[in-house]
Ligand binder design. Structure first.
Ligand SMILES: NC(=O)c1ccc[n+]([C@@H]2O[C@H](COP(=O)([O-])OP(=O)(O)OC[C@H]3O[C@@H](n4cnc5c(N)ncnc54)[C@H](OP(=O)(O)O)[C@@H]3O)[C@@H](O)[C@H]2O)c1
Length: 268
């Protein structure tokens, strides 16, 4: 499993983590993923999966890197602190490795939210602070408010079919030492083998590169995302077998020519 630096920190995270939105696979796929090096597990207070993540890492909390999120509905100062305490209890850990603002919400002053995030870090309840679904303008505003903790990551929609962040956000994050955590990297499974949605030019290119590399379409789709040095991915799977398949999307690289073929077949 290839590792990447988290933002501009000294922390190292795997380029493939485990998503848990609509996850119902029990502890096995998560434990197998951790065993294979995909030790970053992404959850959120809104997913109803913090309990199962906690169960999966019980006894091995130090071997996992837990990323959870405060809902965009809980962004007042007090609500952020309360949400974090509830997440810590559900996860059964003393500290959240990465605490992310799930989405920006103009109803709450962002200064309150970010100061609460820093307070959690000051109290040792949160190791790193991240955001999700933040535009450049929202990131700039949040960054300017940080007193002594950096924003290390921005979790964003990114896959072969949804390349919009390449235009501005991805370069901005790279320039500012912010890791992009790509969510829905398999386009909800439509970029995997057997998908009835994967048709036409994109499908042909993905299958061609998969057969050239001896990998599966899902592995090629994930490897395409992580080809950007600043991007890590968090595919979700309920199955141990597909989790293993997704973990094997790391440890090798598509060639520049293969990336170009995919870019042409899935234009921006
Ligand atoms: N921050 C946000 O706003 C936000 C939004 C959406 C998602 N997320 C995070 O990102 C994670 C991933 O995104 P996602 O769950 O939306 O979509 P995804 O990971 O792109 O796709 C998940 C779907 O693909 C299937 N799948 C996974 N691996 C496969 C494989 N190797 N072959 C065939 N099918 C495969 C899964 O089915 P099986 O489970 O049956 O394998 C599931 O139906 C989420 O779980 C969540 O942690 C964050």
């Amino acid at each position: 499993m290839e590792m990447k630096r988290l933002g501009s920190t000294d922390a190292i995270v795997p380029e493939i983590g485990l998503g848990t939105w609509r996850y119902s696979g029990g502890v096995e796929p998560l434990r197998r993923g951790i065993e294979l090096g995909a030790f970053l597990i992404d959850t959120a207070e809104g997913y109803n999966t913090e309990d199962i993540v906690g169960e999966a890492i019980s006894g091995i909390p130090d071997r996992a890197f837990i990323a959870t999120k405060v809902s965009g509905r809980h962004l007042s100062y007090d609500a952020v602190l309360r949400a974090a305490e509830d997440s810590l209890l559900r996860l059964g850990v003393d500290c959240i490795d990465l605490y992310q603002v799930h989405w920006p919400n103009p109803v709450y002053p962002i200064s309150e939210t970010m100061h609460a995030m820093e307070e959690l870090a000051d109290r040792g309840l949160v190791k790193f602070i991240g955001v999700s679904n933040f535009s450049i303008a929202e990131l700039q505003e949040a960054l300017a408010l940080m007193r002594h903790h950096p924003i290390v990551s921005n979790q964003m929609l990114y896959n072969l079919k949804r390349r919009e962040i390449e235009i501005e956000l991805l370069p901005y994050c790279e320039e500012h030492g912010i890791t992009v955590m790509a969510y829905t990297p398999l386009d909800d499974g439509s970029l995997a083998a057997g998908s009835r949605f994967l048709k036409g030019r994109g499908m042909k290119a993905l299958e061609r590169i998969a057969s050239e590399t001896g990998k599966t379409p899902a592995q090629v789709a994930l490897n395409w995302c992580t080809a950007s040095p600043n991007v890590i991915v968090i595919p979700k799977s309920n199955s141990t077998e597909r989790t293993e398949e997704n973990c094997e999307a790391s440890g090798w690289r598509l060639s520049d020519a293969q990336i170009k073929i995919l870019n042409d077949a899935f234009p921006l």
